[in-house]
Design a protein around this ligand. Structure first.
Ligand code: ADP
Ligand code: MG
Length: 306
């Protein structure tokens, strides 16, 4: 590592690493985390590439916040308690203005999501941000995609479709008043990640997933992993007030079903369990395979990179 690289890490990243589980953070060959007895480690990584996952002109602060949020969403979906994160940062150049703004967003997200930055890697190349998150669950209690059973209900943690609408707005495919634009911007770059809900669902939900590729694709993962069919009632898909007033219902439903980037939790509950506050029931689990939703939409489900 060169002296300037060391300076860069010290200046922008070394101070974000305080947390109850952190025994050793940035600066050594690796970090050390203390795991509570009888807990399992939960690990996930997500990579954001410029012009693929965010537009080239996006603010560095917002890119950082979003990068941490989308990674943390996988911890929420597993029911994990956050422990910390590492950052693999590939930069075309070491621009102080950019790095300052980026580290502000990183610090905000680290604080809001209880994910101290405990290490990482810094290299030169096309702008790419990989955030690895680490969390823990009491042994055997993690939420997975596998446990949905016939008779369970399908629930989501909040409104769907805003993420895809925000993308349409950024791609000039949607024109809305400034206030609604601001709402969509926030939902895209600073989605509320339901970490506490995820933990609350341990021992309650039979299966869970976070919605990153649209409801149809992600509910489809639960159906496939659990060996069941999922039936969704399109009338019960929750839409934000903003989205419902912005576009007609058909377009909003298309975004909710096949758009990505909502980062709500989708989960199944056994028949006798009460859905937590703020969650909506929108379908049920039956015998069979696949996701069934009687509505016509014209886009294929989920974003495929290859
Ligand atoms: P090594 O050569 O041993 O891999 P590095 O030069 O990659 O060491 O990193 C030195 C220290 O700085 C390590 O503790 C590493 O975790 C940390 N680090 C490097 N880049 C980042 C980053 N982008 N964010 C946080 N910590 C980083
Ligand atoms: Mg390294």
């Amino acid at each position: 590592m060169s002296a300037s690289e060391f300076d860069l890490i010290n200046r922008y990243f070394a101070a974000l690493g305080k947390g109850p589980a952190v025994r050793l953070g940035v600066g050594d060959d690796a970090a050390l985390l203390a795991l509570p007895a009888d807990y399992e480690l939960v690990v996930s990584v997500d990579t954001l590439v410029e012009a693929v996952h965010f537009p080239a002109e996006a603010f560095p602060e917002e890119i950082a916040y979003r990068a941490v949020s989308v990674a943390a969403s996988d911890l929420a979906a597993m029911g994990a308690e956050p422990l910390g994160m590492t950052l693999s940062l590939t930069l075309p150049e070491a621009d102080d203005f950019w790095l300052h703004s980026f580290s502000e967003g990183l610090a905000g997200a680290a604080n809001d999501l209880s994910l101290p930055l405990i290490g990482g890697d810094t290299t030169r190349g096309p702008l790419t941000i990989a955030v690895q998150v680490l969390g823990c669950v009491p042994a055997g209690s993690a939420l997975t995609r596998q446990g949905a059973r016939c008779g369970d209900r399908l629930c989501v943690s909040g409104p769907l479709g805003d993420g895809a609408a925000a993308l349409a707005l950024q791609q000039d495919q949607l024109v809305v008043p400034a206030e609604q634009g601001e709402y969509l911007w926030q939902r895209f770059y600073r989605p509320d990640i339901p970490l506490e809900l995820g933990q609350q669902l341990r021992g309650l939900a039979s299966a869970a997933i976070d919605i990153s590729d649209g409801l149809l694709a992600d509910a489809g993962h639960i159906a496939a992993a659990s060996g069941v069919a999922i039936h969704i009632d399109p009338e019960r898909i929750p839409l934000s007030t903003a989205l419902a007033t912005m576009v007609d219902r058909q377009r909003a439903l298309g975004w909710a079903l096949t758009g990505g980037d909502d980062y709500q939790l989708c989960f199944t509950l056994p028949g006798d369990a009460v859905p937590p506050a703020g969650c909506s029931t929108l379908g049920e689990v039956r015998e069979g395979a696949g996701v069934h939703c009687p509505v016509t939409i014209d886009k294929p489900a989920g974003y495929q990179h290859f």
